[in-house]
Design a protein around this ligand. Structure first.
Ligand SMILES: NC(=O)c1ccc[n+]([C@@H]2O[C@H](COP(=O)([O-])OP(=O)(O)OC[C@H]3O[C@@H](n4cnc5c(N)ncnc54)[C@H](O)[C@@H]3O)[C@@H](O)[C@H]2O)c1
Length: 440
């Protein structure tokens, strides 16, 4: 393929050189003449292990070219990869002016230059951009600028996962290749582009691809701060955090795993809130702030209060709460966020009708019983034996279980509003007119 790479910084140079080394005819373009001159001279403008040799080989072999002219780079190209910077604005927003300028340059070049083979060009954003950028900035600029031309142009987001310092190695072994686009022809072009990598290309919605990169970077930052925050406390307690984290990382079932990474309702139960409070208490005593862990409690509280607000917005009187314990298949109600939710809804004057397939108030004992008596003293009266009974006359169903009996009753009753806290209710319930997910 003839490919234009717009922006020859860390991402652009690695991408251009590695694509050129794998059979593509790559034209890199940058507004910075010094970077272009470096590449033309067979050197990388950025320091990355192994990159100089790849650039030198591709320049000598004629598969890599560098220019300051977008028109020259784009002329005849089937695909352009936009790798310009997206720095922070003064107020912390994303400065999209380089993206805007790059797309304008591409439009002008497509209007003026030789048409690509097959009469189709794909504009693929590789820079990190906020969700909505392709739909609201890139695609409209392409449609406005290229209307009337006998050229089919589509846009996509293809997030880049390389890390500086291991950029070349990361290019060849990306954690995944994801292309977000509404245009199957663009997805096909990206699949062909990366065909030499031993990785499937996953086509997703464009906003998913845009958001993915932020999710990854936010998680990486959170991991660093998590380890550092614990270390700051543990040092005061005469604990070597390196030893703790070394063992911590060996747990690939609960710790380093997809567990606990599904969006849904608040955490709760007999351990997580209690032990977090304990850690924060230790931190206060030690004079070590732990804003990240304190923030988890704050986020948890927001998740619950937002559901209360959503119910309030439903203009409802009767609420069916389907699922009460903090986890399906257990009757442990201690610090269940569902119990908290029930208590708040009752406090706001709603009639709350509860169904839980495991909880039997008569069988609750010990701390579990005491907790329920303090929070929901009338649980026996609120708890109904069948989900259909709980749903009778309910305007809103707040659902945290995907028990088959609950799903069947929901389909049958089709309440005016269904608030899904679990994300596992299945397509039939999601198709109900009043369905809304808690975070999707
Ligand atoms: N650096 C990384 O490790 C990394 C990893 C993944 C994603 N990203 C993202 O990729 C994007 C690029 O990052 P980078 O570190 O390579 O940036 P960079 O600042 O090193 O390079 C950007 C280049 O784009 C050029 N440029 C700006 N406007 C242009 C235009 N209209 N035409 C041609 N060239 C233009 C600049 O001169 C510069 O050389 C950013 O959105 C970044 O968030 C970076």
């Amino acid at each position: 393929m003839k490919v234009a790479v717009v922006g020859l910084g860390y991402v652009g140079t690695v991408t251009a050189a590695c694509l050129a080394a794998n059979g593509h005819d790559v034209w890199g373009v940058d507004v910075d003449a010094a970077k272009v001159a470096e590449i033309q001279a067979g050197r990388s403008p950025v320091a990355e292990p192994g990159l100089d040799a790849i650039v030198a080989g591709c320049i000598a072999g004629g598969t890599l070219h560098a220019t300051t002219s977008t028109a020259e780079a784009i002329s005849g190209a089937e695909l352009s990869l936009v790798c310009v910077g997206t720095p922070s604005t003064q107020r912390g927003g994303t400065d999209l002016s380089f993206i805007g300028r790059a797309v304008t340059d591409i439009v002008a070049a497509l209007r003026a230059g030789r048409p690509p083979a097959g009469g189709r060009h794909s504009v693929v954003i590789r820079s990190t951009v906020p969700p909505g950028t392709v739909d609201t900035v890139v695609s409209p600029a392409l449609a406005d600028g290229l209307g009337g031309l006998p050229l089919r142009v589509g846009a996509a987001m293809c997030p880049e996962f390389l890390r500086e310092g291991s950029g070349v190695a990361d290019f060849y072994a990306p954690p995944m290749i994801v292309v977000g686009t509404a245009d199957p022809a663009v997805a096909a072009a990206v699949t062909e582009l990366f065909g030499f990598l031993d990785q499937p290309v996953q086509a997703v919605e464009v906003r998913t691809a845009e958001a993915l990169k932020y999710a990854c970077n936010a998680f990486h930052a959170t991991k660093v701060s998590f380890a550092n925050e614990l270390a700051r406390l543990f040092r005061h307690l005469d604990v070597d955090a390196r030893a703790v984290m070394e063992l911590f990382c060996r747990d690939q079932v609960l710790n380093i795993s997809p567990t606990y990474l599904r969006p849904g309702f608040a955490f709760g139960g007999s351990c997580l809130p209690k032990d977090l409070r304990s850690l924060l208490h230790l931190a206060r005593q030690s004079g070590a702030d732990m804003p990240l862990l304190a923030g988890t409690l704050a986020t948890n509280e927001l998740v619950i209060s937002e559901v209360v607000e959503r119910v309030l917005a439903c203009d409802a009187r009767v609420v069916a709460l389907l699922g009460l314990s903090f986890k399906s298949n257990t009757d442990d109600l201690r610090e269940s966020p569902n119990v908290e939710l029930a208590e708040r809804l009752i406090g706001k004057g709603f009639e709350v009708r509860i169904y839980d397939q495991v909880v039997n108030p008569a069988a609750l004992i010990g701390a579990n019983r005491r907790y329920v008596e303090s929070k929901l003293p009338h649980l026996g009266r609120l708890l109904l034996r069948e989900p259909a009974e709980a749903l009778r006359a309910a305007d809103v169903a707040v659902v945290s279980t995907s028990a088959p009996a609950v799903l069947a009753a929901l389909e049958q009753a089709a309440p005016r509003h269904v608030i899904d806290l679990s994300g596992r209710l299945g397509s039939a319930v999601e198709a109900l007119p009043g369905y809304q997910g808690i975070g999707w």
